[in-house]
Design a protein around this ligand. Sequence first.
Ligand code: BGC
Length: 679
Amino acid sequence: MYKLNIRKGMTEEEIDVAVNQALNMMTLKEKVATMSGNNFYLLLLKDHKFGVRAYPGGGVKRLNIPPFLFTDGPKGVSIPGSTCFPVPMARGASWDILLEEKIGEIMGKEARAQGANLFGGVCINLLRHPAWGRAQETFGEDPFHIGEFGAAIIRGVQKHNVMATVKHYAANSIEYSRFKVNVQISERTLREVYLPHFKRCIEDGCATVMSAYNKVRGEYCGHNSYLLRDILKGEWGFDGFVHSDWMNGLRDTIKGISGGLDVEMPRAKYYGRKLEKAVKLGKVPLNLVDDSVRRILRTTLKFTTKEDPLKYDSDVIGCDDHVKLAREVAEKSMVLLKNQDKLLPFNMDEIDTIAVLGHLADKKNTGDHGSSHVRQKNIITPLQGIKNSVGNKVNVIHNEGNDIDIAQQIAQSVDSVVVIVGYTSKDEGEYIPHISKGLGDRTNLTLKEDDIKLIDAVTKVNKKCVVVLVGGSAIIMEEWKGKVPSILMAWYSGMEGGNALANILFGKVNPSGKLPFTIPKDQAHLPYFDIYIDEIEYGYYHGYTLMEKENIDPAFPFGFGLSYTEYSYKNIRVESTDEKIIVNVDVSNIGAIAGEEIVQLYVGFENSSVDRPIKLLRGFKRVSLNPNETKTVSIEVKKKDFAWYNPDNRVWEVENIEYAIYIGSSSKNEDLLTTQISL
Ligand code: BGC
């Protein structure tokens, strides 16, 4: 039997030749067989559990063409034993692109060691509203920031010849109604707010795209030829393949293939035999099938025939180096929101007894238990982390706080208190019908009543109290914020989260994370959100752009986060070349300890002749500074990134006006230096 000469080290030309040969040799049945996942239910029956292996699809055995093998993410490879990192929202708060690329590399290595070559762990949907159940799976509310993170993890994963999948394309930002909701959206909003991060990832070479379940402008995303054919494959020149989301991401054979969906996951329901029949009946032109097959084969071969930089033995899975990085990431992502009278860091020499209270104090809580769940047993809880850190030096008293009076008595009897409260996978996460324990989306943005009562009781008797929040996005804190001296957003911080938390509480690590979203004072300051809704309009403004436009003061602004040291900014200056502007600023550490500062650059559009946000993030950099050290931080912005999308002539336009340039430590005006530049 003839087999193609498929081998390591093939050039792109050789791959193209092989794919052409394959297309000539394949029967229609074989062609449609490559266009879906296969054996999914058989494997599930065998395993009794989802996500414990890589799921195959594509491939032509007869011709030596390997299958793609899918595994989920995004807080780690979901196959058991993998390193469990902090959730992407936490990582978004690190603003550390190099670190994200390293995380991607680890995920790539662990995916390979577990037999996977297609990684569904790049979720970059925009955080439009903090109640979204899967907020934790994305990186934040700002398209520029999310795009940088998405591109970084993709670069890392793909270095190890794993095809990354960017998901869920597009406008997927409500969980409970994700299977039906129709998102109405203007052209400008789509182009400027909901798509730029996808475009960024495609430009950086992302191999595959997962279409979303929801509809955009009346058409399911898996059938949506405007999104898939016109924009993604047409305008952006995407040459990889698009696969459906898993439960009902494809609902119609002809609509799917005409819309531009190449692969039905996880099995052939509308493709397979139905697609074969539709071609035979002349309802689907063969060239559409050939185009999809070409994309699938080319992409799979491109990745599977590339020489590997490493060997991927099973001992890389969850190895010490990876776990260590998970801790570093957790440390860099926690955000200190309040630190009155410099309560933190706690000094171990001055504390005899500390109380660790709250229902999450000793909970192994890494967030969502849906497709993003990483089955990892070695999770350090906050209590364990604190005990590891203090050893015999400090007496640790743990209480879940179920009986408020007892918790209060404990708080009264100790030197300092840490209250650990917030959410678990039951409160927010992926909604899987008949399986999920909750609705996916949050129905409330505040803490639970019992948590608030605990905070009230404790702060009445002990002023040395820090509240540690666990969750995947904004929590409204107005009811209790004023009573607590210190607040730390700790996120779902992965398998090493407890150790990272202790390192921050006791000053071994100086906190440096900054919010990748705005925390409002009131739910009324957010865009309209309804988890049961059939149709919703996604407007041009959300998050900081909405609050700035409407002049609403947030509880904590986008980009905000405190440190145990202080930084000062001086001497903003801007240079301009044909393609870009370069903004320089001198940043100094004026406090007593070393730290890392996240410098943010925003462009202001007040002189625009069209309606535009007051300002938009267009660059950021993490910089480490010793006490008394000053560094010049230089951030570049491409001139094309000043553009708006003109829906009349369908082009991106850069206005020749004067723009404001802001640089500083958060999106709040008081935290920014400003100057102007004319383009
Ligand atoms: C989720 C995807 C996931 C897929 C496979 C879907 O329900 O929306 O994010 O990759 O399942 O687990």
